[in-house]
Design a protein around this ligand. Structure first.
Ligand code: PA5
Length: 446
């Protein structure tokens, strides 16, 4: 492998020593062994560990073929899903898309839109209004097949598509990704004769971006899912070795050392706005995996330099309970230099002829030095470029690190019992059949 993502932890010694991190290596190794041997809590949700090597040519070809059909027949494809059934695809597509693709600029195929990730009435109204005169298709994704947000969006869009092109044609433009047997979406898809892809039982939502859940929307958007999987495979080969030098063990050990030293919040930082949604995906991965039993590092994210002008003050000078992990992209795709200006009224000639990326890199370096001096430990993950291969590497790196880190924290990283609390209350408030007792109880509280 010539190039790959790399982790650098040398700027955390303002809070934890190299020795303190090394002392956690045996714990990290034990945690990785639990992930690999499937012998600890949540062990029935470890199907993602060898998913890259298990994803065969036939599945990738099937996904690519379905993607081609949607690309051929649709100007717009709406991917419906929430949480793990949304964020991975959104993260990769936003990273690879032209920044102005939403306005039709250098669009790499159909316009990709997302729905079912909120219950915003205006959002759904405006989406349906936009779709009125568009030729559109739908990818509907729900592992459980019963999640309320995507179910509402799908009911609306399915009805709209059927009214527009008829039930039989609509069925050809809908692809469902769900459980092999269970759930309302499976039943509906089978009855309507939709093309379906399966989410394996052992792959939880937030670990599912490298399954059809992420791969189909990414392929529809025109990106190379084979390269994405290849990148993940490279990391699978490297990071499943419980040996010194394992980057995932190092990341997990370092963040746990920092947590134990009172650093309770990790901020994922990017200097490239294309990675904004990658941080949203990462927040879900770590938040849902670690935030339980009243424990867990709070995963936050900022886009720099944008947020240096909003959150910069807090990070530099606020309560010293934070650490940063910086996603540092080595090479931009395009070259743009700052022009010379003979009048120099804006005083910028001192950086004339420099690439914008060089200025950004100096902002990054300057910020790192300032934050380290200000008592913020800073880890750095370098990414050679924003390409499918490296995004695949990054995804797998964060997934396996998350499993290791969660076990080190002493929680089951693969369940999400806390997510149910709001659903129970919402169903009770909406008087869902089967929730009669809860409805009575909650109404008495109001
Ligand atoms: O990671 C998870 O398990 C969750 O975030 C789910 O992905 C999310 O709740 C959506 O669930 P489903 O795919 O069952 O609709």
């Amino acid at each position: 492998m010539d190039k790959q993502i790399l982790l650098d932890v040398k700027n955390v010694h303002n809070a934890v020593s190299a020795e303190a991190i090394a002392a956690l290596e045996p714990e990290a190794k034990e945690a990785l062994n639990h992930v690999l041997n499937k012998d600890a809590a949540g062990n029935d949700f470890l199907g993602w560990v060898d998913l890259p090597t298990r994803t065969d040519v036939a599945l990738l070809a099937d996904i690519n073929a379905s993607a081609q059909e949607l690309r051929k027949n649709c100007d717009v494809v709406v991917s419906i899903g929430i949480g793990g059934s949304y964020l991975g695809a959104k993260a990769v597509i936003e990273a690879l898309n032209d920044s102005f693709a939403a306005y039709g600029h250098r669009q790499n195929g159909p316009v990709m839109l997302f729905a079912g990730q909120n219950i915003g009435e205006d959002y759904l109204f405006e989406l349906q209004d936009y779709l009125q005169d568009k030729s559109f298709g739908i990818i509907v994704i729900s592992k459980s097949g019963t999640t309320t947000e995507p179910a509402i969006a799908f009911r609306l869009l399915k009805e709209q598509l059927e009214a527009k092109i008829g039930k039989a044609e609509a069925a050809k433009r809908i692809v469902a990704i769900t459980d092999a047997k269970r759930g309302a979406l499976r039943k509906l898809a089978d009855e309507e004769g939709y093309k379906t892809f399966i989410i394996e039982d052992s792959v939880g939502g937030r670990f599912s971006v490298l399954s059809p859940v992420g791969l189909l929307p990414i392929a529809v958007a025109g990106y190379d899912i084979n390269a994405l999987i290849e990148g993940a495979r490279q990391m699978e080969a490297e990071l499943t070795k419980p040996a010194p030098g394992n980057m995932a063990m190092l990341y997990a050990a370092t963040r746990n050392a920092l947590y134990r030293a009172g650093k309770k919040t990790e901020i994922l930082v990017n200097y490239n706005p294309k990675l904004h949604y990658f941080a949203e995906w990462w927040k879900q991965l770590y938040g849902e995996s670690e935030g339980k039993d009243h424990k867990g590092i709070f995963p936050a994210a900022v886009d720099f330099t944008t947020d240096l002008h909003s959150m910069g003050q807090w990070i530099q000078d606020g309560e010293r309970t934070i650490f940063e992990t910086v996603l540092s992209v080595e090479n931009s795709d395009n070259e743009k230099r700052i022009p010379q200006d003979k009048d120099n009224l804006d005083g910028l000639n001192y950086i004339a002829d420099k690439r914008i990326d060089e200025v950004n890199k100096m902002a990054e370096l300057g910020t790192r030095l300032a934050h380290v001096d200000g008592g913020v430990p800073v880890m750095r993950v370098t990414i050679p470029a924003i390409k499918e291969l490296y995004l695949g590497q990054l995804i797998y790196f964060f997934e396996i690190s998350c499993g290791i880190s969660g076990y080190m924290l002493g929680v089951n990283p693969f369940n999400q019992p806390g997510v149910e609390a709001y659903k129970r209350n919402m169903f009770a408030l909406l008087a869902k059949p089967g929730y009669e007792e809860e409805t009575k109880a909650i109404r008495a509280k109001l």
